[in-house]
Design a binder for this molecule. Structure first.
Ligand SMILES: [Zn+2]
Length: 146
């Protein structure tokens, strides 16, 4: 009788002759005691065995990649980083506003960056402050650092 067993150490799915006492894992070399191994599928047909190994491997891989006990994380799509030329054009846009008004307020920066959400805007502003692009002249009033 042939069967599908899984290596207890590295989880490699493999076909084995269930009559043999031990098999050696092809991936990690662990000696697997066939009698004690959990048999996922058994058959007399080597062809069926090969197919079962393939299917169970796929299932295992799925289980490892998607452990059911852990809540799935929401995948956050990263926004592409601003290209340097965008940074220059943002700076230029802010510069024009600053020349006209003397200072920049949050809304001006939001407009130049095309950010509508307040949290996102504040994050962007603090990044610009840290990067030395902006400085805060008074509460919610900023100037470009030249
Ligand atoms: Zn192994």
């Amino acid at each position: 009788m042939l069967g599908v067993i899984v290596c207890s150490k590295c989880s490699t799915v493999q076909g084995a002759d269930l009559k043999s006492a031990h098999v050696t894992c092809p991936r990690c070399g662990t000696r697997i005691e066939v009698k004690r191994a959990k048999v996922y599928f058994s058959t007399e047909s080597p062809k069926e065995l090969a197919e079962a190994v393939r299917q169970i491997s796929e299932q295992m891989k799925y289980d490892i990649e998607n452990p059911p006990e852990k809540p799935r994380k929401r995948i956050r799509v990263k926004k592409p980083k601003q290209k340097p030329e965008d940074e220059v054009s943002i700076k230029n846009a802010l510069m024009k506003v600053q020349e006209k008004k003397g200072v920049l307020i949050k809304a001006d920066i939001g407009k130049a960056l095309q950010i509508k959400e307040d949290i996102e805007l504040e994050e962007a502003i603090s990044k610009m402050l840290l990067a030395g692009i902006l400085c805060e002249v008074s509460t919610d009033e900023y100037k470009l650092v030249l």
